[in-house]
Design a protein. Structure first.
Lengths: 235, 334
């Protein structure tokens, strides 16, 4: 039985030279997997490859037993992937509530319940539901962005540097929320710049270097690994 | 007291009423421009001639109705002919998109390429309009011309100045209010309207959310073409219909959209009235108003002659682009 998300032997780039070389990422249901590594290691690229935003020369992406290697990102959303881009991840001119509605655009059923769940998870959003998302603080915007992605009730939620540009306190709060999301049984894959904190909450960590898997282990083991500590976590 | 009232009536008759009517027409035109800018991200220079074509369609239907004797007197026949103008304009816009703009969308052409393409489309529309309806000046407003005639007003009030309220002015304002309310309800309440706002706000995220770009573009053209046909018909009804006038109208329409903040529907409306009232107040000769207020003057007290009215939009456009390029309501920078 393969993993819930099994992206294996991914090789490819944006058209020019390959950025990913035989890179593999796996996530299980209810687990948090984190991709870390130095700048330019291809972390975001690996996630984009999982989401179908770049062409793979080799390798495959299997979600919940179905091969989705050839599907477009939009089709993958329908298959149960939720993606939160790093930047420009909210509709700034639209209210928080409208942002969530747009997240549920592909759903034809009643999504009021899902919206209530998102409001339960992020109570501040309920308070600010009528405010344009562009007027919110960085941390609140990220909550809107995650909430928007959750509206499709994804099986796998992908977050590209969710804590970029927010304060340490807000970062801790966001990580707490992400743990709560994982607890509902959703698989979470995220790319993180704040490697130490991310590995702390991660079940699995993938350390990439130059588009290749360098270390793959549980978050705890990676934090304890002296090699990883010295090269990536600053001692 | 009577003198002040006379001045007020004079001012209303020659500045406020025409300004409001012209403002509503500009606002409807600018809404179409701003909508296309928000969704397709280019300045559509063909919008003026789309207005001309839509109005021509309406006039064609008016002639047909008059020939077979359908009328809704005392209201002008143009009101029931308007849906045909709208339909023709919509068909033309969709065909243009299919045959012209789609090609450039597939190429992911730069906005400036689209703008130049729209100039070509503008000349094509212009030729099409002249072929079908001819270049001549036309009056197509039938029915009762005035709701209140100047003389009747004078007799009613005993003032020496008359206030004439023309049917076309009232129709323009009523239709403009209905259209604007309907458009805002659509954009803010309906699923498709919200999807259009989302697409305009953040195209990538809209695609990620599963919003169908082809549908958004189609609806944008339908709305823009409808607005163009309505604005063109109302302008022709109020003044007179000359096909080439609409190319000149492009300047005040773009100025309205930019002043209000391009891409912002509310800005297009505010901009329309700002441009219209600037034009009317600056080119109006205040001599008689001043006379009633007790100032005798030998000159006309006119800041700028009417021939230069387009210069006003131009100056406002330049000043806004220099000082606040995002416009009043913070639209995108052109």
């Amino acid at each position: 039985m393969s993993a819930f998300l099994a992206a294996t032997h991914m090789t490819g780039g944006y058209g020019g030279a390959d950025i990913l070389h035989d890179c593999s990422i796996t996530v299980e249901k209810g687990e948090i997997a984190v991709i870390v590594g130095p700048n330019g290691a291809g972390k975001s690229t690996a996630m984009k490859a999982v989401f179908g935003m770049l062409g793979l020369r080799e390798g495959s992406v299997v979600l919940d037993g179905e091969d989705i290697t050839d599907l477009s990102p939009q089709a993958r959303v329908r298959m149960g992937m939720g993606f939160v881009p790093q930047t420009n991840n909210v509709f700034v001119s639209m209210s928080v509530e409208e942002n969530l509605e747009m997240g549920a655009f592909i759903r034809d059923d009643d999504f009021k319940g899902t919206m209530e769940q998102v409001f339960e998870l992020f109570p501040i959003l309920k308070e600010k539901r009528r405010q344009p998302a562009g007027e919110l603080s960085g941390g609140q915007r990220q909550q809107v962005a995650v909430g928007r992605a959750l509206m499709t009730q994804p099986k796998l939620l992908m977050l590209d540097e969710p804590t970029a540009g927010v304060s340490p306190i807000v970062m801790d709060e966001l990580f707490d929320r992400i743990l709560e999301v994982a607890a509902t049984g959703i698989a979470i894959l995220m790319v993180e710049q704040n490697a130490r904190q991310a590995l702390n909450i991660a079940d699995h960590g993938f350390v990439l270097v130059q588009g290749r898997n360098r270390f793959t282990d549980t978050g705890e083991a990676l934090l304890a690994n002296p090699d990883v500590r010295r090269s990536f976590l600053g001692g | 007291m009577t003198e002040i009232l006379n001045a007020l009536v004079l001012f209303t008759n020659f500045v406020i009423l025409p300004g409001a009517t012209y403002g509503a027409q500009l606002a409807l035109g600018a809404l179409g421009v701003t909508l296309i800018y928000g969704i397709l991200r280019f300045a559509n220079f063909a919008h003026g001639d789309l207005m001309a074509f839509g109005a021509a369609g309406t006039i064609g239907a008016v002639l047909l109705f008059q020939a077979i004797g359908i009328s809704i007197a005392p209201l002008p026949t143009a009101i029931i002919a308007l849906p045909f103008g709208i339909l023709l304009a919509c068909a033309l816009a969709l065909l243009t998109d299919k045959w012209v703009y789609r090609f450039y969308r597939k190429q992911r052409a730069a906005p400036v390429v689209f703008t130049i393409v729209s100039v070509g489309v503008m000349f094509m529309y212009n030729g099409l309009t002249r072929f079908t309806i001819g270049p001549d000046d036309r009056q197509f407003g039938d029915g009762e011309r005035f709701i209140i005639k100047a003389r009747a007003f004078k007799e009613m009030t005993g003032l020496s100045e008359g206030l004439a309220i023309r049917t076309s002015q009232v129709i323009t304002l009523v239709i403009a209010v209905i259209v604007v309310v309907a458009l805002f309800r659509f954009l803010n309440k309906s699923r498709t309207g919200k999807a259009m706002r989302a697409y305009s706000d953040n195209e990538d995220l809209a695609l990620l959310s599963g919003i169908n770009p082809d549908r958004v573009v189609m609806v944008a053209w339908l709305i823009a073409a409808s607005l163009a046909a309505i604005a063109g018909t109302l302008y022709g009804l109020d003044k007179s219909y000359k096909p080439f006038v609409f190319a000149q109208l492009l300047l005040p329409i773009f100025a309205s959209a930019v002043v209000g903040g391009i891409g912002q529907p509310i800005g297009a409306i505010a901009g329309g009235f700002i441009i219209a009232f600037s034009e009317v107040t600056v080119t109006y000769a205040y001599k008689k108003v001043a006379f009633y207020l007790g100032f005798e003057s030998d000159s006309l007290l006119q800041l700028l002659s009417v021939e230069y009215k387009f210069a006003i939009s131009f100056v406002i456009l330049v000043v806004v682009l220099l000082i606040r390029p995002t416009g009043i309501f913070k639209g995108r920078v052109l």
